[in-house]
Design a protein around this ligand. Sequence first.
Ligand SMILES: [Zn+2]
Ligand SMILES: [Zn+2]
Length: 200
Amino acid sequence: MNDTAILDQALAFHGHKCWASTAGVRLGLAAMEALSASRSGAKQLHAVIETGDYHGGMCFGDGIQVTTGCTFGKGNIEKTGEGKFAVTLFDKAAGTAVRVAYRPTLQPRIKASAFMQKRAAGVPPTEIPDAEQMEVVHLVWDAPAEEIMTVGPVEARAWSEPDEVVRFAVCPRCGELVAEPYLRVAEGTAMCAACSGYPR
Ligand SMILES: [Zn+2]
Ligand SMILES: [Zn+2]
């Protein structure tokens, strides 16, 4: 798949077209290139992104997920909650990692765009005309890499994590499936946390 097809796929997954998801695509691709890694079909790669919660530009994380294959579903991505636009990508087998940070060079132009003027006025991104969405996408997509990101050195970084437990149980109270490590014991019976009444 070429890079434009990956951008299209990322924007389709994301749901609208914006600067931050596009930045995520470019930085995700750059991080993989730096590590000579390919997309993580399983959990070969792990991404640590620095975005937080309830702030503009969190869309960055969707670009990272689509390009690197580090996804919240597979559990090989996490957020540090710093409200920043950077990713550290780990190649577990190689024991290497690289941090790629977004550079704000384009922010004055992005802020002045029709898209961001409307976003600042509270218009949902999906209600902004497609051409205005694409204007900010192209600002980021067409910029030279060195203008919009800093690619750090590839460093030796060992990775370790607990083995995945691939065992499930059916809760005897609610009949729903629960991953075994999450069972709680109440009145001598193993059940899901919700049915146990314990804090989750
Ligand atoms: Zn977005
Ligand atoms: Zn239950």
